[in-house]
Design a protein around this ligand. Sequence first.
Ligand code: NAD
Length: 422
Amino acid sequence: MSTITVQNELNVYESAEARFEMAARKLGLEDGLYKYLKYPSKEITLYIPAALDNGKLEVFKGYRVLHSTIRGPGKGGIRFSPDVTLEEVRALAAWMTWKCAVVNIPFGGAKGGVICDPAEHSHAVIERITRRYTAELSEWLGPERDVPAPDMGTNEQTMAWVMDTYSMHVRQATTAVVTGKPLDLGGSLGRREATGRGLLMVTNRALAKLGRRPESTRVVIQGFGNVGMFAAKLMHEAGYKIVGLADISGALYNEKGLDIPAAIRWVHGDKKPLSDFSGGARMSAHGVIFQPCDVLVPAATENQITSDNAQDVQASILIEGANGPTTAPADAILDEKGVFVIPDILGNAGGVTVSYFEWVQDRQGFFWRESEVNERLQDVMDRSFDDVVRYAESHKVNNRIAAYMVAIDRVARALKLRGIYA
Ligand code: NAD
């Protein structure tokens, strides 16, 4: 596997592009298709006026990038964060195209973001920003056009406001315009846990392939929010030994295993910092990644494993919960160490898969039992894992490049069938 060089390793757009390029080259993708798939189909910049609680008017900058609608409507979250940039949103939109294609669900890719810090604003201000953002985009969104979902800084309530605003504009209740909604508004059972559950499913599959058992598998999870908390809960229930846990406040490590139900109550019930929880040695949220374990699940944020530190990863299995936790130049180091990697576009695809189920249920007006949702998710994750790992073995590439190749090939085939409308 050749090393990927990029100018700025920590630029997620460069990392995403470098992997796309490597996979496209290995696929022998013709030049025109390469250009078509490399660039987004649309980038919208918005200036969103919103009254603050003190009566002053503020203007927030926001984006929606539609990368592809080749295989179906755009699909991707809306991020509210002070760090949002157009480049980041563009990278995340392309990732959504590849993620939806790798699990073979009929969506393209999109992403949105608003430069604002939700922690600094009241509920009312966030509602006004969300509604104006949605109203400005109302002609571009829609169940058959572009279907947002929650991402960092947004949640079920934000999605309810998106659904309501869009519905007011089109003059009909349109639940399928957005996923990750509350259950009372057409949300799906199992959606909240879906990304963590998908991570458990691919980890189980990886263990079965490598001839290991959960009971003798030590896991470190970085991130204890929606993805990391449910991954920890479900892995603990499945018999894995969670030896390390981190959130933004810090980390804990105990080779004998941490008390996960108590940690969940501490952080998510009592709202106390994880770093004050007892039962393990305290360390930095980044340091825990390099502690002894068998499975490492980065489920917090990007750029955690880089060319500077990949050598220090002790896990033999890396299951990516976050988007972009490993930089492109770190891939070759992990390959050399023989780490079995399940890349983000496969590992964390449980979330978008159950979003797809939510969209299907909304359009049918017929809702499934949680067990049905989970069974269908299991089918998708198992099949996708097998597709990627088989492809990697037969084409002698790592799992990440295989996932990109499977995805790009599916999108390119659909594009060839549709042809170019000129
Ligand atoms: P979240 O906001 O619910 O939780 C994030 C967690 O990470 C929190 O526990 C936070 O304290 C911790 N964290 C943040 N920065 C950290 C740092 N520097 N070091 C250690 N911990 C840190 O977010 P989430 O929904 O769990 O998303 C986490 C990641 O997974 C993001 O990259 C997101 O894009 C990705 N993702 C989420 C979903 C989903 O369904 N929620 C689906 C696919 C991918």
